[in-house]
Structures are given as structure tokens and as C-alpha cells.
Ligand binder design. Structure first.
Ligand SMILES: *Cc1c(COP(=O)(O)O)cnc(C)c1O
Length: 496
């Protein structure tokens, strides 16, 4: 294809738009005398031929990227019920706030006196997260949930070492845990011990007792867990771990279900991390910057990374004086823009608004779970929190249709698929988190699509196993796409 006109075609995917001489900009001619590159650069490093860059007009560029953006599913286009990831709608106004000049362009080395507003925002954010988590001190430094876990476990290790308990090296993790928990525990130098879930999907108390010994550093727990189930035994669990001399780590990546209702600190947790990029107005995914603040109880506050933001009278300052700090975990003060968005979100919602989020998220999940339970197996059939895990075992065993097929077929119905095959303890898992921002009509439409797919699995299974049919690309080799992505523009691609 010449590149003069992009003809919309689905197959094959036409990518080449370049035509010689075309430009997307026009600049006045330079009045600076041109220099000879050979005078400023070593000769062997000079390009021998011009780079093969795409030559395109401005409309070509705009249309190309707009078209690409429309080929992706996003939360601004449709329902995105990705369990354990809280893909909720985030108010755009918070993006505008974070983009304000004084926030977006503030230099990290600006003297404290000139950035009192930014420091105040961070200080107040620390305070809000203390309040929401039931903890006493917070660092905003970690850049992601996993980074927060690493920071938290490192704090726990340093604290234990300071008490002469440096030998404690075991981190207990339930078999329903998010994969980052064991990964971060290991990177922080610990060994992991798995503890089984009981028939109700909670921590099996006897198994926990069996492993809670003098080598335990901590238990890492998500509550509600990745099954979306709240573990009512949390006080018993906390007691067992504390009596064994270990601490409790709360993975609060998805706090949507509990905000304003339950505080991990009150339930006995000593260390908590939050994902601002799930619960607090930054989308998760897309590889953008995240933020995983960590909160701790008083006894652990001296171990936080430095600096934290302090307040002295009316003045805010960066406090580097923590005597037992584990040191920095990130340059400067964390991903400030994400903190600004979370701050704007918390301030605009207010305590009552955050409680409403929890109520509506839990209501939506239970509503959807009951509808989907007509056609799909529920391994743990009880009231859930912000998410639930259904299973495709009926479809697999009766019709040879796998959960992956169901997920792909959902794309044909215009929905993003839920998280699949996680948590690992549910076979053919479909992990669904509707979030608080979806209307009843959307939830009904999704449930209807799931019901239709269940019927198709029975009557015309090849429709499901051959899905997706209506998307721009069909079923991909996902492992290869992730491991060997082919993203580079090459001017030498064969032209049509
Ligand atoms: C997302 C998530 C994490 C990890 O957060 P990242 O920011 O992706 O590192 C940890 N635990 C749970 C339960 C999560 O859902």
C-alpha cells in the first residue's frame, strides 16, 4: 500500500502509512548556521544513511493513534470486571488536579519553604491513610503494591532484628494469596510457608497453628482475601501469630470493600500497604506510575524509609531523622502525581463518600454473584465483599469449554474478561470485581452475556472455543506476545 490513503480493513492489519517527503510538522527554517556533524562527533559514530523513520502527515498520525486507542478495551469504553485489580472508574477531575502546574512541574529539589503546599498535601495524605488503615505512621515512597510489600517486610525484619529476633525468617502466606506476597517476601530475604484455606475459603486455623513457631517473622494476609471473602477469624489469626512472636502484614491493595468500615490496624495488623492505583483514583494497569504507601503501628514507625513529611507548628518539612530507618526505597518522595490524585479523591469523597464506595462495591459484587450463580459453579457460596470467584468447571466437564474460552467469548459481547485462573485454589477460576461505579443495567448486561455464553457452551460450543470473532485480532499466543513483543517500527517492512 502506498500510504496515500488508509483503507479501513480488518484483515490483514495494514500498518504502513509512510510516504516519502510527508511531514507532520512545519518549522521555520533555522537561522543558526549548520555545523558539520563530523566536527563534533567521532566519525565512526556518524550515521551512514538517514534513519528509516515513518514519513507521515499530521492527520495520519492523529488518526493512527486514535484508531489504535479504539482497538483497546478500557474502562472509559466499557465494563472491566478484572478481579483483584479494581479497575474502577476514576474521576477525570483528579487528573486535572494532578496536572496543575504547581503539582506537575514542581522540582523535587525545590527548597522546602517554596513547596509548603506540596508538603502539606503529602503530610495530610499520610494522616488520611493512617485514619483509613488504623495505623500510626505512613510512608508514601513505594511505587507499587509489590514495592510496598517489600518495604513492609523489610521494616518487619529490621524491627525484629532490633529486638534480638533477627533469626525470624519465615513468612506465612495463605494459598489464596496474590503472587506478589511470596515474591516480595523472598526478595526481602525470607522463606515462605504456605498455609491452606479451609472449606469456607478462610485461613485454616489448625494449619496456621502448626506453622506458627519461633521462626515466624510475619503472616501476610489480604482480608477480604482474593476469593473476595472476609475472614471472620481474623482476631484468632492475629492472636496465633502474635503469640508466636510474629507480626501481621496486611495486603490492602484492594481496599474498596472495607474503607470506612473496617481498619486493618484495629484487626491486629502491624503493617499495611495500600495501592493508590486501585482504590484511590489511579487506574491499575497500563504500566503507568503507581503508588503503594505503607502504614505501620507506632513501634515500627522509626523504621520507615526516609524522608517522611513532618509538621512543626505551621511549617511542613522533610524528616530524615528516623533513627532506625531501613533507608530509601525510591528516589525522592514516591510518585507524587499519584498521591495528588488520591488526595483529591479522598477530599472530594469525604469519609461518608468512601464508605459509600465500600457499600456499593460490595452490593454490586453480591448482586452479580447471585445472577451468575445460576449458570456457573461457586466453590464458596457465601456473601462476598468487593469481588467473587466463579468457576467454569461445569462448562469444562460437560461441554469441553474452558474458562479461557469463556473469557475470550466475553470480548465478543463487548466486555473485558474478568481475571481468569486466579486464585489458584479455584479450578477454572473466573474472578469478577464489578466495582462501585457500574450501573445496575451494566451489571445485568454482563450477567446476561455470561448466561448466553453458558447456553452457547451447551448448544454451539465451537462458538465459544473459537472466540473472539469480532475483535481486531483473534486469539493470540499470549506467552509469545508478552515474551517476544514485536513493537519496533521498521521502515523495511514489505509494502503492499
Ligand atoms: C494488585 C495486587 C498486588 C500488587 O500490586 P502491584 O501494584 O501490581 O505491585 C498485591 N496484592 C493484591 C491482593 C493485589 O490485588
Amino acid at each position: 500500500m502506498s500510504g496515500t490513503g488508509y483503507i479501513y480493513k480488518r484483515e490483514p492489519l495494514i500498518f504502513e502509512l509512510s510516504a516519502p517527503g510527508r511531514r507532520a510538522y512545519s518549522l521555520p527554517s533555522s537561522d543558526v548556521p549548520a555545523c558539520d556533524p563530523a566536527e563534533v562527533l567521532p566519525r565512526d559514530q556518524l550515521r551512514r544513511e538517514p534513519a528509516a523513520l515513518p514519513e507521515v502527515s499530521e492527520v495520519d498520525v492523529v488518526r493512527h493513534f486514535t484508531r489504535l486507542s479504539q482497538r483497546n478495551h478500557g474502562v472509559d469504553i466499557g465494563f472491566y470486571p478484572l478481579g483483584s485489580c479494581t479497575m474502577k472508574y476514576n474521576p477525570k477531575v483528579n487528573e486535572v488536579v494532578a496536572g496543575l502546574d504547581g503539582f506537575a512541574n514542581v522540582h523535587p529539589l525545590t527548597p522546602e519553604d517554596l513547596v509548603q503546599g506540596a508538603l502539606q498535601l503529602m503530610y495530610e495524605m499520610q494522616t488520611y491513610l493512617c485514619e483509613i488503615g488504623g495505623v500510626d505512621a505512613v510512608t508514601l515512597q513505594p511505587a507499587a503494591g509489590a514495592h510496598g510489600e517489600f518495604t513492609g517486610v523489610s521494616i518487619i525484619k529490621a524491627y525484629l532484628a532490633s529486638k534480638g529476633q533477627g533469626h525470624r525468617n519465615k513468612v506465612i502466606i495463605p494459598d489464596s494469596a496474590h503472587g506478589t506476597n511470596p515474591a516480595t517476601a523472598v526478595i526481602a530475604g525470607c522463606e515462605t510457608v504456605e498455609v491452606k484455606s479451609d472449606a469456607r475459603g478462610g485461613v485454616d486455623i489448625e494449619s496456621l497453628r502448626a506453622v506458627a513457631d519461633e521462626n515466624v517473622a510475619c503472616l501476610m494476609l489480604t482480608n477480604p482475601n482474593t476469593l473476595g471473602l472476609f475472614d471472620e477469624n481474623i482476631h484468632v489469626i492475629a492472636d496465633i501469630v502474635h503469640r508466636a512472636g510474629g507480626l501481621l502484614y496486611y495486603d490492602g491493595a484492594n481496599a474498596n470493600a472495607i474503607m470506612g468500615y473496617a481498619r486493618p490496624g484495629d484487626a491486629g495488623f502491624d503493617v499495611v500497604h495500600f495501592n493508590l492505583h486501585k482504590t484511590f483514583s489511579t487506574p491499575h494497569g497500563g504500566g503507568g506510575p503507581g503508588s503503594g504507601p505503607v502504614g505501620v503501628k507506632k513501634e515500627l514507625a522509626d523504621f520507615l524509609p526516609v524522608p517522611v513529611v513532618g509538621k512543626d507548628g505551621d511549617r511542613y518539612y522533610l524528616d530524615y531523622s528516623l533513627p532506625k530507618t531501613i533507608g530509601r526505597v525510591k528516589s525522592f518522595y514516591g510518585n507524587f502525581g499519584v498521591v495528588v490524585k488520591a488526595y483529591a479523591y479522598i477530599r472530594s469523597m469525604g469519609p461518608e463518600g468512601l464508605k459509600r464506595v465500600a457499600e456499593d462495591a460490595v452490593l454490586a459484587a453480591n448482586y452479580l454473584m447471585r445472577k451468575i450463580a445460576r449458570d456457573y459453579h461457586l466453590m464458596y457460596d457465601r456473601i462476598c465483599k468487593h469481588e467473587f470467584v466463579a468457576s467454569g468447571v461445569w462448562q469444562r466437564d460437560r461441554h469441553g469449554v474452558k474458562t479461557l474460552d469463556i473469557a475470550k467469548r466475553l470480548l465478543d459481547h463487548g466486555f473485558h474478561a474478568p481475571t481468569v485462573y486466579f486464585p489458584l485454589i479455584v479450578p477454572e477460576a473466573l474472578m469478577i470485581e464489578p466495582t462501585e461505579t457500574e450501573s445496575r443495567e451494566t451489571l445485568d448486561a454482563f450477567a446476561e452475556a455470561m448466561a448466553r455464553i453458558a447456553r452457547e457452551a451447551e448448544e454451539t460450543p465451537e462458538k465459544v472455543t473459537g472466540a473472539p470473532q469480532t475483535t481486531f485480532v483473534k486469539r493470540l499466543d499470549e506467552a509469545r506476545a508478552a515474551r517476544q513483543p514485536d513493537l519496533a517500527y521498521r521502515g523495511d517492512l514489505p509494502k503492499e
